[in-house]
Design a protein around this ligand. Structure first.
Ligand SMILES: [Mg+2]
Length: 229
């Protein structure tokens, strides 16, 4: 059975703790000499989108000229914080078993669809050994496009180019933890499973109209049933 599973990272596979937001403060301070007065809401947004919101908050002139440089700082700051990620972060319930279970299934390809820039996505996964369970290199990342809704076609193209595999929309799932994950699945005409392990509760996610909603990924058989049916 052919399935392409596009995993969101933060709030879906792992939670890295406050460092995930703090690296933006550190990167902005390095690039601009000042930290933002408050934090933007980050769930389901891409890194360049978050940086853009901070530049607007800080009223920086010609913001587009600053984004690439700040993303370079963001990569450096997260790499420097790897130990903090390991100590303050965690893999979410059921994730390892689900990735292994789906990995044993013929025809299933698992990769990521994430707002993180690619090096930071890799670092977050590798910090917990999850990079060994997912075909990370054919995923779609915040470094590919600032608009998450553009990322499903990018993942499909990368999978076709690099793995020689084509998937019909009904064979593709986005798994995420926010309304933005659902929006990008809908924009890409693929299915969506939402899990309440990020910022949003089951009761907040349930009315959004995803194809499936779960409290978490701890029931391996239930998750496999949803994604493989
Ligand atoms: Mg997320």
């Amino acid at each position: 059975m052919d399935r392409l599973i596009l995993w969101d990272i933060d709030g879906t596979l792992v939670r890295v703790g406050d460092i995930g937001a703090d690296v933006f403060d550190r990167a902005l301070e390095r690039a601009l000499g000042r930290r933002p007065p408050e934090r933007v809401q980050m769930s389901g947004k891409t890194d360049p989108q978050i940086v853009g919101e901070y530049l607007a908050m800080l009223a920086v002139a010609d913001p587009a000229a600053h984004v690439a440089g700040i993303l370079v700082e963001l990569e450096k700051e997260l790499a420097a914080a790897e130990q903090e990620i390991r100590s303050g972060g965690r893999v979410l319930p059921g994730v390892v078993d689900v990735l292994k279970r789906l990995g044993e299934q013929d025809g299933v390809l698992q990769t990521v669809l994430t707002g993180n820039i690619a090096p930071n996505a890799l670092l977050k996964l590798a910090s917990f050994g999850l990079d060994a369970l997912i075909d990370v290199t054919v995923g779609a990342f915040g470094s590919d496009h600032a608009d998450r809704n553009a990322l499903v076609p990018i993942a499909l193209a990368r999978v076709a180019e690099q793995r020689g595999r084509e998937f019909a929309p009904a064979q593709v799932w986005v798994v995420g933890d926010s309304a933005n994950d659902l929006a990008c699945a809908r924009a890409g005409d693929v299915r969506c499973l939402l899990v309440a392990t990020g910022r949003y509760s089951f009761d907040e996610l349930a009315p959004l109209g995803a194809d499936a909603v779960l409290d978490d990924l701890s029931d391996t058989s239930a998750v496999a049933e949803i994604l493989l049916t």
